[in-house]
Design a protein around this ligand. Sequence first.
Ligand SMILES: Cc1ncc(COP(=O)(O)O)c(C=O)c1O
Length: 379
Amino acid sequence: MFSGELKKLMNDNLLRTIRDRESGSTASRIIIDGREYINFSSNDYLGLADHPLIIEAAKKALDKYGFGAGASRLLSGGTELHGELEKMTAGFKGADSSLLFNSGYAANTSAIPAVSGEGDVIFSDELNHASIVDGCRLSKAKKVIYRHRDINHLSELIKKENDNRKIVITDTVFSMDGDIAPLKDIHDICIRHDAILYIDDAHGTGVLGNGHGALAHFNIKPEQWIIQMGTFSKALGSYGAFIAAQKNVIDRLINTARGFIYSTALPACIIAASIEALRILREKTSLTEKLRQNRERLLKGIKDLGLDTLNSETPIIPVVVGDVETTMKFSEHLMKNHIYAPAIRPPTVKIPRIRFTVTAAHTEKNIDKLLEALSTHNP
Ligand SMILES: Cc1ncc(COP(=O)(O)O)c(C=O)c1O
């Protein structure tokens, strides 16, 4: 079954395969097939995934609550920790209220169809994450795609839709390009057109705005027309996601978001880990500062080599080196030099690239080793 399709993917250099690691955390080091690499592919931006306090918090909750949640939140799957994390998250994001989802994918595919429907119009950036695209597909709203970060295009398109509820949806940090949505301008457009602004702050949370995310970065007050989605699975080193918004929005999600209603709750030990991670993020600003310094060092080094980093503004730094085959060879060259940074290929992106992610856990030596490997590549 499917052998023709798989063979075609293989011939086109587009077949995806899984490479599982033997090592623990992934922020800066990884062992695969017995070989150690410096890892530049992890979203554990602050290196929190193996923080001793987070591990201890998870262990304590494991002892107290057991592992599996046993049921959905609306039945008996939630614990007092779930509510505590929701309160903390709402406070951290400056929102009235928040609701946990089992993953960022589940949050977008559940919340978007829950807050939009027939007669509504969704405006979505063309490079939004696949989970937003799928959430839009599940919604009965009309979909209008605007050019990547193109405010004039969004403005032009939104003017044409006068009678409906409008929702503008954007990633804050684009996960494959590492650039940032022009949120201030998008927010102004939303205000002018009475539109809801739905942001996916998966890669902004813990990274932008001293860790508070994109709204803090742009100095935008989290008012009632803004819905913030974020994840615990990236800079917070844990797992799961949230929507932070006005209480009415959260009540609507509790009553209509299918990925919330019809899915088993996250285990309490994961929630305990997220609580501890948020606590660390609130208190340890040196982590976000270290991340910023590491990013600057790497970006400057890559640019000095004359490589194309598209419009990266964050710890996600794409490097474009050519077609799929060249990009694959480039990734292999890096692996030979003990650098782990897989190629990202279509259909995930239109332009093949190596996507480097730098974290607060990398040392200057790690970064310099990558730069050395990049400088010795002959295309
Ligand atoms: C922008 C964006 N949104 C949502 C998700 C999904 O989050 P999760 O990995 O928690 O499902 C991701 C992660 O891949 C992402 O990059």
